[in-house]
Design a protein around this ligand. Structure first.
Ligand code: BJW
Ligand code: ZN
Length: 270
């Protein structure tokens, strides 16, 4: 779908960007869609015969840890082959622009729900739902970075299977400290978010005067409440999405790899 916002709406947004003091974003799976990473809802949200959201729960992991690990192994292997796209790059370039101001009279914070790490080139970002490339032990709680491919021998090649492999627990990824079963260090449905991360997010929302909502359906809480919160404090909202997902002061309907560089005025020279 092509971007369809008018030049006037970009110009008005450029003015809002100039006058804002504290700019923040809320990003979702749509930010990474143009890198070839499936979103959660809609067509891309299916893996084998399951909806991705069915597997992102502690109950699913308890019931069938092998299936849930096969799902996360598949996603880790996929993401390891993918690169940041034009929208990720626009956020980095915009951050550089803000940081190079003298005096620096604006702030820019990227809050992302994504766990793919494709925004990790940013200096100031908050990954609120964890990381595909961090693990947490279900026995001793030990957390560590892990970009191994495959994460364990048992899962090797399962990313190409269309059916459950049903690995026994001993063949699933295990803790380097206590040998217990580890899990992806992500936030599943019905789990609470890290309180330190929530505090950082609230600090940002409490000062934010321009909030960019990029590639998220806005259906999952607590992130789903952030736009209204910023709005209720008098902040302005800008939506970047291929669909019209709600009320906002600025809407850029189209692939964010096209709309975001132009809106942030960081288009690459051709
Ligand atoms: C493009 C594009 C392109 C495509 N360009 N755009 C209050 C009311 C009701 C329920 C609750 C509530 N508070 C809490 C809950 C329960 C629950 C919840 O929200 N349920 C809802 C479904 C209603 N929330 C929780 O459980 C959270 N915990 C919590 O709040 O704890 C306290 C508590 C618990 C229980 C009750 C009450 C309080 C935790 C939520 C954790 C979410 N985890 C996941 C998985 C992470 C790990 C993993 O990746 O596997 O996070 S689920 C999944 O959804 C993932 C995403 O980060 C998240 C959001 O999805 P996102 O990013 O918006 O993706 P999509 O696919 O939905 O949308 C993509 C968008 O992109 C679309 O709009 C496209 O149009 C667009 N797009 N291409 C621009 N090129
Ligand atoms: Zn352990």
């Amino acid at each position: 779908m092509a971007a369809n916002s008018t030049s006037a709406s970009y110009e008005a947004f450029h003015q809002a960007l100039k006058s804002a003091k504290h700019i923040a974003t809320l990003c979702g799976a749509g930010l990474s869609a143009e890198s070839g990473i499936p979103t959660f809802r809609g067509e891309g949200g299916w893996w084998r015969t399951f909806e991705a959201t069915e597997l992102a729960t502690p109950t699913a992991f308890k019931k069938n840890p092998s299936r849930v690990w096969e799902f996360y192994h598949y996603r880790r292997e996929l993401v390891l082959k993918k690169q940041p796209n034009k929208a990720h790059k626009a956020l980095v370039d915009f951050e550089d622009k803000i940081l190079s101001q003298t005096p620096q009279n604006q702030t820019f914070t990227v809050i992302t729900q994504n766990v793919d790490g494709l925004s990790s080139n940013l200096k100031n970002f908050i990954a609120m739902h964890g990381s595909l490339f961090r693990t947490r032990c279900t026995k001793c709680g030990y957390i560590e970075e892990n970009r191994n491919s495959p994460i364990c021998e048992g899962l090797k090649g399962t990313e190409n299977s269309n059916f459950d492999i049903n690995l026994p627990i001993e063949k699933l990824p295990s803790c380097t400290k206590c040998n217990g079963l580890i899990r992806p260090d992500v936030v599943w449905f019905n789990e609470t978010l890290d309180p330190d991360i929530l505090n950082k997010i609230h600090e940002e929302l409490n000062r934010c005067d321009l909030f960019l909502i990029i590639g998220t359906s806005g259906l999952v809480y607590p992130a789903a409440s952030y736009a209204n919160y910023v709005k209720s404090r008098g902040g302005k909202l800008a939506i970047f999405n291929i669909e019209d997902t709600g009320k906002a002061d600025f809407k850029f309907i189209g692939p964010c790899g096209e709309t975001l560089p132009r809106a942030l005025d960081v288009c690459e020279e051709t």
